[in-house]
Design a protein around this ligand. Sequence first.
Ligand SMILES: *Cc1c(COP(=O)(O)O)cnc(C)c1O
Length: 448
Amino acid sequence: MSNQQWLSRSLAAVWHPCTQMKRHERFPLVPIASAEGAWLTDFDGKRYLDAISSWWVNLLGHGHPRIKAAITRQLDSLEHVMLAGFTHRPAVELAERLGALTGLGHAFFGSDGASATEIALKMSFHAWKNLGRVEKNRFISLENSYHGETVGALAVTDVPLFSATYAPLVRQGLRVPTPDARGAAPGETAADVAQRAARALEACLDANADSVAALILEPLVQGAAGMAMYHPDYLRAARALCDRYDVHLIADEIAVGFGRSGTLFACEQAGIRPDFLCLSKGITGGFLPLSCVLTRDEIYRSFYSDDIRHAFLHSHSYTGNPLACAAALAVLDTLQDEDIIAVNRERSARFGALLAPLAAHGAVRHFRQQGMIWAFDVDTPRGDFAQAYFAAMLERGCLVRPIGTTVYFMPPYCLKDEEMAMLGDAALDALDALGRDAAGSAPQPALP
Ligand SMILES: *Cc1c(COP(=O)(O)O)cnc(C)c1O
């Protein structure tokens, strides 16, 4: 079957995520037949470089042989068993490995990122409740935060396009200024912005800590806000303030974990340990849905008692799925055996050099990089920039999905120098093409 046939069947049967379906009257869906490495192939044989790792999940490349083999091997013995009252090798081994890598433990598994956020928020509140402090039931999040889109997660997600419609359903938390380095006043450094944001956090805690269970944040990079990057000083300050005011720190490394930020986990760059760590997305290399929340012994112990009401009574049917855990173990093995964090350091330095002409383009503002993430803002009069740029890049054989006027690359770690060079060339060419056709059409909202 051709692209055309699959896309019309899809429009009739599938409700696609994060999409105004009517827009597909003008912008066709792209049906994908197969994928390998950094490349997607459609049903007509056209190839696209997956420059955003299929919404940030595909860590090591599509069809990665080691992950495929691990899932296949696991299929031969056990596809799934419930994790309440039962256990199995992949869940135990993955929990042990993640514990050793993070200095946290007691891995609680979920299925998606948003479910990890829900788990961490509920656990934090419940841990305080178990200590008799029921009044600690609010959460602080950062301006421009994104922690998922279930009703609970929306309370700590500051993307009005996603949350405003559902406001009557959501119990709004407290919001503090973002340390986004782009907010620097003339003469200010990223560290100055971090200090300023930390003072605002201190003021918020000073006024509200008695009713606050936790601060939740995305360490170093606020992804869905448009890859807003900030100085690690903010994380150090946040850790110290949470300690001082008796508030948990939840680090949402769903997007930046597993090497994306340049270290295995972004918190390492600030030398801090959170009270809860949320992981998902790259955890299975983009093969299967899995998420995980890790926490400290002391918090775990507050749930451990003879009273059932002290227990964390939360579950998802596929909690700790063995196939997903086996994929995650293969990802950890690969990161370790191929020393991928170190290899990425050199790779990202070379990629940075390849992207220098793009960074120097007249319409490019705030060109920035953190680990294996590159982003820049485009000075454009076009209200429909994101959609038009997406289409222009697709024509040039690249998948990017700008957020508003921010373009970012978040490629799988297997990306080769010549592929990055091609991506940089296509990005420049598309910028020029859109610049020549500056009129554009009606403004469109920013979607991640
Ligand atoms: C994607 C993301 C989530 C939500 O994950 P889903 O699997 O889409 O529910 C939460 N937090 C951050 C930082 C994310 O990037």
